[in-house]
Design a protein around this ligand. Sequence first.
Ligand SMILES: [Fe+2]
Length: 268
Amino acid sequence: MYEKIEDLEFNIYRFLVENSDKNINYLIECKQTKKAIIIDPLDKNQILEIISKNNLIPELVINTHAHPDHIKYNSFFMNKYQIKLRAHDLCKDLFDYEFDNIFENDVIKFGNQSIKIIHTPGHCPEHISIILDKYIFCGDTVFNCGAGNVRFRGDCSMLFRTIHHKMKNLPDEFYLLPGHDYLMNNLNFLKNIIHNDTDFYNEIIKFTDVKDQDKLSELKDISFEKLYNPFFRIDELSFLDLLKNKEDFQNLNIEERFKLLREMRDEF
Ligand SMILES: [Fe+2]
């Protein structure tokens, strides 16, 4: 089952891939021309179904980054529709097929719409995010209430800079469209690290009361992340007050705090 987010001039299709990593696949469509972009294709059949049911005309494949679960069906869709792939220039050593590179601030047109690219390294060096109006497809840079790991070609300092110097500066009303649905795991982690006698804890509990865990989480915007994403708030002393092991954080600089938080999340 897929979901359609309707805007005036474009549609966004999204669905949860049936795997343990809870990947989310996306397609975007210019309503007037039916031209579409496929982002990080992993579930081939579901993407094909969306294309045929909605009479989409695929024009491009884009990768947020080159991890295997984001690029699996690049070649299939490129060949089937005779379309190009775009990905960050740093993918050139990672792909054995042709692609057109993209950089920070590139604008790409599809139909009568356009998307803007920002470079968001950290989870891996080549990571980009895609902005369409007030939506940001942020791959594995930021998840709802969490951040990407740095285990596979990642760099935590870089991820810290990307989140604190770039993602946090996005407008509050921008909706995050991450590459995985990790909201519940991230909320459980948050519950685990903060004092349970706080108002903040009670607010988080409310979000974890979800009946159908197999459904996609509702869209959250940047203002939500500014309140509930520990990786966004690790620079705030008032946030440190909520943490059970505040003393481990309080003498560290902000980047070191971010790294410690990332390590704790890895161990959770
Ligand atoms: Fe990834």
